[in-house]
Ligand binder design. Structure first.
Ligand SMILES: [Fe+2]
Length: 231
């Protein structure tokens, strides 16, 4: 447990929103997504008037029912007396298998869990909250990676992380420290779509994400890493 907390802290040492060197073809993905137009489900159906839908990339059984992956897992567990964790929601769905995501997500594959598209319809929002925070502050299981797909920036949508508006490039991957207070809302008349990935925290997964940091990646490509830099 302490190791995961340390890895998490190390990952976000250089910022709370880290842009990774890994970009998907948004135009192609949106074409491929059309086959799933009827498979979007209400996201957290226990909450009303939040205008959100989800489409599962991974789920508990590999199906697209949205149960329990698009529900509040905590509330689902307490009602059903289960103990499902984000790491358990790791079976690839047909959305993963029948789109470019299968190839694109390969670098994260061994640790990929609880991943989905989220659509915020006009007026849709997530009120201010913090992820991954429990009574035990050392209890951190996963890292959130966001991939903006459609209408993800102001004025169509606004992602506020610790008082800062985040600006995204479509198709890029952003590791975000969502343990900080954050909210997202869509004040526009168009749908906003993002992918949210959860990556299980292990030594290997953090190293893998580290390799996708632009600064580290460009140095590595030049074969020019000096452990003890002396300029
Ligand atoms: Fe969140």
């Amino acid at each position: 447990m302490i190791e995961q907390a340390i890895y998490y802290t190390i990952l976000f040492q250089s910022g709370n929103c880290i842009e990774l060197e890994h970009r998907l073809d948004v135009k192609k993905l949106k074409e491929q997504l059309k086959q799933f137009d009827d498979n979007w489900k209400p996201y957290n159906p226990r909450k009303h008037n939040v205008n959100r839908e989800g489409l599962s990339i991974t789920s508990l059984d590999g199906k697209l029912s949205g149960v329990p992956d698009l529900d509040s897992i905590g509330e689902y567990n307490s009602i059903n007396k289960t103990d499902i964790k984000p790491e358990d929601i790791n079976k690839p769905t047909i959305v993963y298998k029948n789109t470019l995501l299968q190839e694109f997500l390969k670098p994260f594959d061994p640790w990929l869990c609880w991943s989905h598209f989220i659509k915020l319809k006009p007026g849709g929002h997530f009120p201010i909250h913090m992820d991954n925070v429990s009574e035990n502050i050392l209890n951190i299981d996963t890292i959130r990676i966001l991939i903006p797909i459609q209408n993800s920036n102001w004025p169509y949508c606004c992602f506020l992380l610790d008082k800062q508006i985040l600006e995204f490039e479509y198709g890029k991957c952003y590791a975000i420290n969502t343990r900080l207070p954050h909210l997202i809302f869509n004040p526009s008349s168009k749908d906003n779509i993002n992918i949210i990935l959860n990556i299980k925290i292990t030594e290997e997964s953090i190293q893998q994400i580290g390799k996708l940091f632009p600064s580290i990646a460009s140095i590595m490509n030049k074969g020019n890493i000096d452990r003890y830099v002396n300029n």
